[in-house]
Structure formats: C-alpha cells, structure tokens
Design a protein around this ligand. Structure first.
Ligand SMILES: Cc1cc2nc3c(=O)[nH]c(=O)nc-3n(C[C@H](O)[C@H](O)[C@H](O)COP(=O)(O)O)c2cc1C
Length: 308
C-alpha cells in the first residue's frame, strides 16, 4: 500500500502536493478548486492588510521553460481571506495563510488577525521580489529574525517562512540554525528568483512592464536553484525543519527529486497556471515511481540521497 500522506506538526496532508502561493489561490472559487483537487492542502495568495490591485499590466509572461512575473501582490485583503477560511474548513484539508507586511509592524497585525480564524498554519512571506521601491525582507537577516521571534509570541498555529534563493552556503546555514532556535515549523523554498528579464525582439521591449521590466523568475529553469537550497537547508537543519520545495515542479519525477533533496511537500506555481488538473497527474506519476521502486511512504526516502 502506497501512502502519500505527510504531516507538518499536527497538520495532516493526504498528498504532498500544494499550490505555490500566488497561483490559483486569490479568489474563493480558485481556492475551492484547489481543495477539490488531489492537492493535500492549500496556501492562500499572499494577503496584505488592505486589498491591492497590484502592478500595471503586462505583469506576467509564461513560456514552457520559465515565467517572469511582477504581480505586485494583487489580493483581496486579509479580512476577506479570514472570512472565507471558515467556509473552506469543510474540506478538512490544511489551510495555510500566506501574508506579508510592508513594514515590520504590519506583520504583527496580520498575524493577530489570522491567529483568530480557521486557518491551520501561517506562511510568512519574507521574500516577495516585486514591490516597487521595496527590498526583500529576507535579505535583511537581523530584521527577519526579529520579526519571526515576535510572530512566534503572537501565534500558536503552525508557522513557516517563505524564503528567496541565497547565493552562499553560509547564509543558509545561519538561517537554518536560527530557525531551529526559534522553533520555526517549516520553510518554503523558494520564492521566484528575484531578477529575471526577457526581451521580445519583435517589439524590442521587455515582456513585462513594472519594475523596469524585471521580475521574479519561476518555472522549469528554477528547479536546479531550488533543489540546491532544499538540499543545503535540509542538511543544516539536520532534517528537523519541514521543507516545502517550490520551483519548476511539473512531473512526478520532479516531486521525487524534491523528496530525495529533503522536501516533504512540494508547491506548484508556474505549471499550475494551466489549472489544478496537474495534481491528479502528479499523484499518478509519483505513485508509479513508488510502485516501481517499492517505496511505501515519503518519509522512507526523505533526504535519502546516495553518496558517490
Ligand atoms: C503569477 C505568480 C504569482 C505569485 N505570487 C506569489 C505570492 O503572492 N506569494 C508568494 O509567496 N509567491 C508568489 N509567487 C511565487 C511562487 O509561489 C513560486 O515560489 C515561484 O513561482 C516558483 O515556483 P514555480 O517554479 O513552480 O513557478 C508567484 C508566482 C507567480 C508565477
């Protein structure tokens, strides 16, 4: 019997597949469709204190190999998501609230609001690359650690952090060690690579408009970068912090790569732009791999990369 279920603390996910925040999770209808699919749970669109329309269009460009986006966090605001969470509880799948402040204090106000609702977990988005004139919180480690320490005092719910890619092992090590100390339950690795550009030579212009035409890079090209982050974080946290692997997930083989790297669950972003049917395909493909390799459950292979 193949069992694809996994747990993060007390939260049980019947399958290890989630949407990546921002894709197919902005409206109640979209979230409802994710919950009706083979996804094990749902991560909501990153919510902010106020509703936002986001950046001007065109702000998303997608090819088979990559996506570039500079959405600018268009969302319906924290109050809307808190209200629909109670309705969506009926699916009995974990509901994860992704949220981001523009200032430190906003993270605390958001967490207080979310803590009093039917959300099961929080994903603190410290890594949005697309806000005009704003930096990425997670590249300021001292501020990020301070925010997380305070958030831990505010919420008793399962808490995770969405991080951007880092370019050196030392930083990942420092973060993993600090997160162990702070008792962070999970990390989501990774958000889009912050600086991506593509030029349409016919029109001789960049394919998106906001932020000088430079946006977050996702899709297939992100997977090698993301896998390396997962492998290093898993190693430096001694496998004690659960990981949601995000970046270029399209097939069961991709999911299996993330499991071997040390990720318990995966999130699908760019590929999910085509619709939630991906989740039943991933399930079939991963089950086939498990059958062929005689694997019964994900934990048996988690982080089990062989040495040369
Ligand atoms: C259209 C779009 C919107 C996104 N919005 C968010 C968001 O609101 N919050 C977030 O944490 N990540 C957001 N992301 C990043 C994804 O969650 C994911 O980390 C990234 O796209 C890499 O995964 P992928 O290679 O499967 O696309 C967004 C990505 C896309 C393509």
């Amino acid at each position: 019997m193949i069992d694809l279920s996994v747990r993060i603390k007390n939260l049980k996910f019947e399958t290890p597949f989630l949407n990546a925040s921002g894709v197919w999770c902005t409206t109640e209808n979209e979230i409802d469709e994710i919950l009706k699919s083979e996804a094990g749970g749902v991560v909501f669109k990153t919510m902010t204190l106020e509703k936002r329309v986001g950046n001007p269009e065109p702000r998303l460009y997608v090819t088979d190999d990559f996506s570039i986006n500079s959405m600018g966090l268009p969302n319906l605001g924290v109050d809307y998501y808190c209200q629909i969470a109670s309705k969506l509880k009926k699916y009995q799948k974990p509901l994860i609230a992704s949220f981001a402040g523009f200032k430190e204090k906003e993270f605390y106000i958001l967490a207080e609001k979310i803590d009093n609702t039917d959300f099961d977990g929080l994903e603190v988005n410290l890594s949005c690359p697309n806000l005009e004139g704003k930096g990425i919180f997670a590249y300021d480690l001292d501020l990020s650690f301070k925010i997380l320490k305070n958030l831990k005092k505010i919420t008793k719910k399962v808490i995770g952090v969405k991080l951007p890619p880092y370019n050196d092992r030392e930083t990942i090590k420092k973060i993993a060690e600090k997160f162990l100390q702070l008792k962070i339950d999970f990390v989501t690795l990774i958000n889009s690579y912050p600086l991506g550009a593509f030029i349409d030579t016919k029109n001789e212009r960049l394919v998106i408009k906001p932020n000088q035409g430079i946006g977050g890079l996702g899709g297939r090209v992100l997977k090698p970068i993301s896998l390396a982050q997962v492998i290093l974080f898993h190693k430096f946290s001694q496998g004690k912090i659960d990981i949601i692997g995000v970046g270029g997930v399209e097939t069961g083989d991709d999911v299996y790569q993330y499991i071997l790297a040390g990720a318990k669950l995966v999130g699908v972003g760019t590929r999910l732009l085509k619709g939630p049917k991906i989740f039943s395909n991933l399930k079939k493909q991963l089950e086939k791999i498990f059958r062929e390799k005689k694997i019964n459950k994900i934990e048996d292979k988690l982080g089990q990369l062989k040495d040369y």
